[in-house]
Design a protein around this ligand. Structure first.
Ligand SMILES: N=CN[C@@H](CCC(=O)O)C(=O)O
Ligand SMILES: [Zn+2]
Length: 413
């Protein structure tokens, strides 16, 4: 099947030759595009594109006149906890009334609250709820998504989440990567994090690996959750079964999680709200992508990751939602891109690069997604009629999406 999109006002993020798989520092300032463009989709992939001024004769089965609308690669959301049960509205109110995230967790709320609900929820119901969320984010322009386990905290419940993710992979055209995050909080039945980490490595990980239920491994490296030594042990055990790390670090405290993650060749380090000078140096010239999650900062009122400084130091940066019931009950990448501009002082070019090409690297899909490149998947956003791409983050709270294409097909839900 060949579909021709023509009269595209601007085709954004066109990159035929990308020397590296991600952009860093100054490189993030440029967002290449073709004005007044056409794009041909063939068998689900981008097969060609160019300017309307020199469009060759093209054979196609379907043609769509975009009449002044723009096209960009789908958003890539490289950090979510989309499979969860229930909600945490009460904690939302507790925070309004003055409690902090850490105080709520100490009272038995937080991750363990979600784990209790999830353990009691049948797999089919979990699947239905997660599928509804997935459809919701697809409609908001997300065309690739990473989903973590981590609200199970028992072997049975963690596997239940990973099986739900597997079913989502099978049933939806969006690209999905799965991350094993049993080390998200220490269950009450374990005396300390070390004992629980041993249980994860000895009893859970072999099953996850055998059933091929995960693409990556994660741990919440944070005071009161897991230590740097736990992080080392989890990442080493993951590597031994072929799972690279994508690690929660520096959300509330800088305790050395970045150093350990980089040492263990993690694909990404995520959160970074609290950064120390040595953390920037550690990340320099590595293959580990820093990932900022601005809607988490907005929702729970913690500092925004110093994304401006990260880029000014010459580092790369990706953006993601962190969609989860506790700290970010939103999977809206459009809002994330706006917040990155408004609160982190990224330019629209930097924010769009961080939410597409660099985000694709942060979830290991940059060979197939994240830019308008021949042979990449045709996962695309068609915008409303907007004056410029900068209007997307400027017009915060709005999505300005007219249509979504995944695997070359228009999405109708
Ligand atoms: N910080 C760790 N994990 C999640 C929040 C978990 C929760 O509160 O449910 C996050 O990335 O923000
Ligand atoms: Zn998270």
């Amino acid at each position: 099947m060949k579909t021709l999109l023509y009269n595209i006002k601007e085709l954004i993020q066109v990159r035929e030759h990308l020397n590296n798989k991600f952009l860093k520092g100054e490189e993030m300032k440029t967002l290449p595009s073709i004005k007044n463009a056409w794009l041909l989709i063939e068998d689900g992939k981008i097969s060609n594109y160019g300017s309307m001024e020199d469009m060759p004769a093209i054979a196609y089965e379907q043609q769509v006149d975009l009449n002044g609308k723009m096209v960009l690669p789908s958003w890539v959301d490289s950090h979510t906890h989309l499979v969860y049960a229930g909600n945490r509205e009460q904690e939302f109110v507790d925070r309004i009334n003055g409690l902090t995230y850490e105080e709520i967790a100490k009272k038995g709320g937080g991750i363990k609250n979600s784990a209790k609900k999830l353990q009691e929820t049948p797999e089919d119901q979990l699947y239905k709820e997660a599928a509804a969320r997935l459809e919701e984010v697809i409609k908001m322009g997300t065309g690739a998504i990473e989903i973590k386990s981590g609200y199970g905290l028992t072997t049975e419940a963690e596997l239940k989440i990973l099986r739900v993710i597997k079913r989502l992979k099978e049933n939806y055209p969006i690209s999905i990567k799965s991350t094993f995050l049993a080390a998200h909080a220490v269950p009450k039945s374990f005396h300390n994090s070390k004992a629980y980490v041993e249980h994860i490595i000895k009893d859970m990980l072999p099953v996850v690996a055998k059933e091929k239920l995960a693409d990556y491994i994660d741990i919440f490296c944070e005071k009161g959750y897991f230590t740097v030594e736990d992080t080392k042990n989890i990442l080493e055990a993951g590597a031994a079964v072929g799972l690279q790390g994508k690690v929660h670090v520096n959300q509330f405290n800088a305790i050395g999680g970045i150093q350990e993650s980089v040492k263990q060749n993690a694909l990404s380090v995520d959160h970074l709200e609290i950064m120390q000078e040595e953390d920037y140096n550690t990340l320099k010239n590595t293959q580990t992508m820093p990932v900022a999650l601005p809607s988490c900062s907005l929702f729970i009122g913690i500092p925004y990751a110093p994304a401006r400084k990260i880029i000014d130091k010459g580092l790369p940066l990706a953006l993601a939602t962190d969609y989860n019931p506790g700290t970010t009950p939103s999977g809206n990448m459009n809002l994330v891109v706006s917040l990155a501009c408004i609160k982190m002082k990224l330019t629209p070019e930097e924010a769009i690069n961080a939410a597409t090409i660099n985000a694709a690297y942060a979830m290991g899909v940059s060979d197939t997604l994240g830019s308008i490149t021949k042979n990449k998947k045709a996962n695309l956003i068609i915008t409303d009629k907007i004056p410029s791409y900068g209007f997307l983050p400027y017009s915060f709270g709005n999505n300005h999406i007219d249509q979504i294409i995944l695997d070359g097909k228009f999405i109708t839900y």
